[in-house]
Design a protein around this ligand. Structure first.
Ligand code: SAH
Ligand code: SF4
Length: 366
């Protein structure tokens, strides 16, 4: 504001809050919808270009509000069509956003935190430690930026048809910023994506899975990675707080809140660690008869890791053993390898900061 008060950041505000903002300016609620269309559907950030708002309102907005734009460090294009952007996130840190084009869809993989405190043993982001939560504006601006840069599909549809929270960070440890972003992704005044095409991936912050199920009916992916507690305690340490039984109960509750909804379980294939016949059988017993799909992820190595990826033959057999008994199992194709855009490799090379462990400090309640 001209009197020195900080301007209100409008990017990332959900519709209800934007309506309250306009009400404070003495404006009608539909102004919020107009503004959302300008920002998210037309990619306009300059209030002067918002021609269906009165000149007086545009002046008021210029004085009291701002619409942030992200600082892009770099863009890399992979030979397989995958695109990776690096966004500046302060103090020499960066987060990454990856676009993966496929014949029938285009998936944008976004980050929710700078680093991650949950410290999964096989994850480059975990090895980097936790730096901070991203704001809703910083998260949604990854989508705005990708949509603005990517050409439409040949059939005229937007390049981004799906959004997954599978970049850096644990989205349910940054719940308060993630929910407004989810609202904008599915809002008809913003990105208008179907709820089924927006996926939150979590390593299992159970209380926030329940909250999410009540507040925002999007798709859920759960990083299981091990079929028993001793192994999962070791490779996904949040398991010590929310063990497998508790996690799976929360999954079935989530699925039960929304008809026809399956939970996707992610399972990273680690050679000699979680990839035996016995592991497959244990996994089958956990998931059989429940609304579950399984997605096997070939482990993506990064410098300093103790793990190796299971062989293609082991993955094929593991998949076959479960599929033969009726489980829906897919194996993820690794994309963007040549630009380090594959799962768990994100921003692994940006910084060698000292690890900061915040697990004990209430990450689950953020
Ligand atoms: N924190 C969330 C979302 C981000 S990680 C979660 O853990 O679900 C997205 C997916 O990538 C998770 O399933 C995660 O376990 C997986 N992943 C992490 N490191 C990986 C690696 N090195 N290779 C393959 N997948 C990895
Ligand atoms: Fe965090 Fe997910 Fe990596 Fe685990 S796998 S350290 S929860 S980003």
């Amino acid at each position: 504001m001209t009197d020195g008060t900080a301007k209100t950041e409008l990017l990332g505000l959900p519709q209800g809050e934007l309506e309250r903002y306009f009400a404070d300016l003495g404006e009608k609620p539909f102004r919020a919808r107009q503004l959302m269309q300008w920002i998210y559907q037309r990619g306009v950030r300059d209030f002067d270009e918002m021609t269906d708002l009165s000149k007086a309102l545009r002046e008021k907005l210029k004085q009291t509000a701002s619409i942030a734009s992200p600082d892009i460090i770099s863009r890399h294009d992979s030979s397989d069509g995958t695109v990776k952007w690096l966004f500046e996130s302060g103090f020499g840190q960066a987060v990454e956003t990856v676009f993966i084009p496929e014949s029938t869809r285009g998936t944008l993989c976004i980050s929710s935190q700078v680093g991650c405190a949950l410290d999964c043993a096989f994850c480059a982001t975990g090895a980097q430690g936790f730096n901070r939560n991203l704001s809703a504006a910083e998260i949604i601006s990854q989508v705005c930026h990708a949509v603005a840069e990517l050409p439409r599909r040949p059939n005229g549809e937007p390049a981004v048809s799906n959004v997954v929270f599978m970049g850096m960070g644990e989205p349910l440890a940054n719940y308060r910023a993630v929910v407004p972003v989810l609202e904008l992704l599915i809002s008809d005044w913003a990105f208008g994506l179907s709820r089924r095409r927006v996926t939150v991936s979590t390593s299992g912050i159970v209380p926030n899975m329940d909250k999410l199920g009540d507040e925002c009916n999007v798709s859920l992916a759960v990083s299981l990675h091990a079929p028993n507690d001793p192994l999962r305690d070791r490779i996904v340490p949040i398991n010590k707080m929310h063990p497998i039984d508790e996690l799976l109960d929360a999954c079935w509750r989530y699925a039960g809140k929304h008809s026809n909804r399956f939970i996707t379980f992610e399972y990273v294939m680690l050679k000699g660690v979680n990839d035996s016949r016995d592991h497959a059988d244990e996994l089958f017993r956990l998931l059989d008869g429940n609304p579950a799909k399984l997605n096997l992820i070939p482990f993506n190595p990064f410098p300093g890791t103790e793990f190796e990826c299971s062989s293609a033959e082991t993955i094929r057999r593991f998949q076959g053993r479960l599929r033969d008994r009726g489980l829906v199992v897919t194996t993820r194709k690794t994309r963007g390898d040549d630009i380090d855009a594959a799962c768990g490799q994100l921003a692994g090379k940006v910084s060698d900061r000292v690890k900061v462990k915040l697990r004990e400090k209430g990450v689950a309640t953020a």
